[in-house]
Design a binder for this molecule. Structure first.
Ligand code: AVJ
Ligand code: FE
Length: 446
C-alpha cells in the first residue's frame, strides 16, 4: 500500500472513530432532562453539560485551530472549559453554556473538524507528528470517549429512575468450573509500551525491554463472591490487611463494602444505573478503591500485579517473543473477545470471553472492569510529553495508581494492551476492580 493510500485509510478510520464517539455522547445525554444535565449528581463529577461543552472545546482547540489553522469557533470559552482552572466541585457555579447551546457548539465544531480532516494529509510521512497517521483526530476520538466514560460514571452516581438501558452480557461459558485459579506467566524479557501504534498516547511510549520474573496471576478478576468472603471475614475491621494510609482512609471514610452496595438482612444489594438488585456473586467486583484492592490481596496471601506484570500477561506471546496489541492477538476487539464499548451496562460473569484469553489462559484482561495495579503512574524511559503536558506529565508521581485493561464502559478506540489509566487510590466511582498475583520464585523460566 502506498503511503498516500495509507493516509486515506487513516482519514477514513479517524472519521469513523469521531462519529462513533459522537453517537455515544448523544446516546448518553439525549435521554437526560435539561435539569439533570445541569445538576451536579456528585461533588466528584462535573455537571454533564460541562463535559458536553468541554468535548466541543477540546475539538475546537485541537482539530479546528491547531490541526486546521483556523480561527476556531469559541476560543473565548477556553478558560471556562479548562479542567485545570476549575475543580469539578466548582463547575456548577460557572456561567456554563446551557444544554441547547452546548449541543449546538458540539455540532458546529464537528462540521468544521470534518472539513479539516478532509483536507488533512494523514499519511505516515507527514512531517507534522500531529497529523501523521491522523494522530490528533484519533486523540480527539479517544478524548471524547474518555469523557463519555466519565459521563457514564456520573449517570451511575445519579439517583432516580434509570435513563440508560442495555442487554445483559453473555453468561459464563460452560468451562468456568474447570478453570485453574491462577495461571503462570513465564519469566524473561518482554517489550512494554509501544513506539509504533499510530494512536497510542504519549504515556504509552516509547517501547522498552524489561526482564519480568515469572509470576502467578489470577485467571479471572476477583468476583463479588470472593470479595464478600473478605467482608464476612472482617477484612474492613482488621488493620493488618491495610497500608497505614489505607487504614486511615477506611476509618475516616467509614468504608464497609464497595461503593453502591447496601446490606439488607443477610443479602447484599447494589444500585446499578438506577436499578437496585442483588449483588451477582459471579461478576467481577466493581467500584472498589485501590486501598480495598490492596487489602483484599494481602488478606488472600497475595498482592496486586505490577503494571509491567499486567502488560506482560496481556501482550507477551511466548511463542514468538513479541508483544501483541491485545491478549488474543492483533485483531481488533470484537464482541467475542471482550466486554467493551458500553454494549452492556455491567461486567460479564468471571470466566467469560474465552476467545479473548491471553496465551497464559488468563481471561478478561481487557474489558469488563479496569484493573488496579500495584504501580504508581510514572513515565517510561525516554518519555516526551506530546502534544501537551496536561494529558499525562503533570500526573506522574506517587499520588496516582495505574489501572489497566479497560471496562465495559471503555470504547475499543481508547483500549489496547498498552493503554494506561490512572486515578487517586481513594477513587471508587470509576469502573474498577482487580485481580491478584504472587511471585513464582524460580518456576517457569522460559
Ligand atoms: C486518563 C481518564 C485519567 O479523565 O482525567 C480527559 C482522561 N484527560 N481529558 C481523565 C482525560 C483529559 C483522564 N484519564
Ligand atoms: Fe478532557
Amino acid at each position: 500500500m502506498t503511503n498516500q493510500h495509507h493516509g486515506t485509510t487513516m482519514s477514513v478510520a479517524a472519521r469513523a472513530a469521531l462519529e462513533t464517539a459522537r453517537r455515544r455522547t448523544l446516546r448518553l445525554t439525549d435521554p437526560v432532562t435539561d435539569a439533570d444535565l445541569v445538576a451536579q449528581h456528585s461533588r466528584l463529577m462535573s455537571p454533564l453539560v460541562w463535559d458536553l461543552a468541554h468535548i466541543a472545546n477540546q475539538e475546537d482547540l485541537w482539530l479546528v485551530r491547531t490541526a486546521g489553522r483556523r480561527a476556531g469557533l469559541r476560543p473565548d470559552l477556553d478558560p471556562l472549559y479548562d479542567a485545570f482552572r476549575h475543580p469539578r466541585a466548582d463547575r456548577p457555579a460557572l456561567p456554563l453554556l446551557g444544554p441547547a447551546a452546548a449541543r449546538d457548539y458540539l455540532t458546529a465544531v464537528r462540521a468544521a473538524a470534518l472539513e479539516v480532516l478532509d483536507g488533512a494529509d494523514t499519511s505516515p510521512d507527514n512531517p507534522d507528528p500531529l497529523l501523521a497517521d491522523g494522530f490528533v483526530f484519533g486523540m480527539l476520538a479517544q478524548h471524547e470517549q474518555q469523557h463519555d466514560e466519565t459521563m457514564l460514571a456520573t449517570l451511575q452516581l445519579r439517583e432516580g429512575a434509570p435513563v440508560l438501558h442495555a442487554p445483559a452480557p453473555p453468561p459464563a461459558p460452560a468451562d468456568v468450573a474447570t478453570l485453574p485459579r491462577e495461571v503462570l506467566v513465564p519469566g524473561g524479557r518482554f517489550t512494554m509500551g509501544t513506539s509504533t501504534d499510530p494512536w497510542a498516547l504519549d504515556n504509552e511510549r516509547p517501547h522498552h525491554v524489561l526482564d519480568v520474573p515469572a509470576f502467578w496471576l489470577d485467571t479471572v478478576p476477583v468476583s463479588n463472591a470472593a470479595y464478600q468472603e473478605f467482608i464476612a471475614a472482617g477484612g474492613y475491621r482488621e488493620p493488618r490487611w491495610w497500608t497505614p494510609e489505607g487504614w486511615r482512609h477506611v476509618r475516616t471514610a467509614g468504608l464497609e463494602a464497595p461503593l453502591f452496595w447496601r446490606r439488607e438482612g443477610d443479602r447484599w444489594l447494589r444500585r446499578r444505573f438506577g436499578v437496585v438488585e442483588e449483588v451477582p456473586p459471579d461478576e467481577p467486583v466493581l467500584h472498589v478503591c485501590w486501598y480495598e484492592a490492596d487489602a483484599y490481596a494481602r488478606w488472600a496471601g497475595r498482592r496486586l500485579p505490577t503494571e509491567a506484570e499486567w502488560e506482560k500477561a496481556a501482550r507477551h506471546d511466548p511463542a514468538t517473543g513479541r508483544s501483541r496489541r491485545y491478549p488474543w492477538g492483533d485483531a481488533e476487539p470484537g464482541p467475542e473477545h471482550a466486554n467493551l464499548g458500553q454494549r452492556h451496562l455491567q461486567p460479564a460473569p468471571v470466566g467469560g470471553y474465552p476467545a479473548g484469553a491471553a496465551p497464559s489462559g488468563a481471561r478478561q484482561l481487557v474489558g469488563d472492569v479496569w484493573e488496579w495495579t500495584a504501580s504508581d503512574f510514572a513515565p517510561y524511559p525516554g518519555f516526551t510529553a506530546f502534544p501537551y503536558k496536561e494529558y499525562s506529565e503533570v500526573f506522574f508521581g506517587p499520588d496516582y495508581k495505574v489501572l489497566r485493561g479497560g471496562a465495559f464502559s471503555v470504547d475499543p478506540v481508547a483500549c489496547r494492551g498498552t493503554f494506561r489509566n490512572w486515578d487517586f487510590p481513594v477513587r471508587r466511582q470509576i469502573f474498577a476492580g482487580f485481580r491478584t498475583a504472587r511471585d513464582a520464585s524460580g518456576e517457569g523460566r522460559a
